[in-house]
Write a protein of this length. Sequence first.
Length: 158
Amino acid sequence: MKTAAKHLFIIAFFSAGAALAAGGGPDTIRDEPVDPVVQKVLSANERSDWAASQAILREALAKDAGNADYHNLYAYAIRKGGSPDMDLVFKHYNEALRIDPKHRGAHEYLGEAYLMLGNVAKAKEHLAALDRLCFFGCAEYTMLKKAVADYEAKQAKK
């Protein structure tokens, strides 16, 4: 699934879940407007314009440092860009999880970041967290599980 489509799916899924948790049924789910910052970031990510994505998110975080989605997406954009500052990546993923410990996207992406450094044990910790959070399974769990399996398969061939 392309990055932007995946992000939109996740945002739509959480919006629907929030409506249902608030007591509404499927009939009461309304299309909530997507955050304009997220919309701009997704557009930049679709073009693999990581510098633009980072710039948008730096500005957004200066205005709203308590937004877990912004921290998660900022870390993602840094990680995907050339020569990522992994200390900054981990700082922002961890901040997203401090703000929202159940942030599935941050758990997935943090697990992937640990795989970039060869730390399978930490990646599996986030996979286990997703397993607990995703009662009926979720895309984030599936993606991280595949990333761990792919990483382990590559290591086995060495």
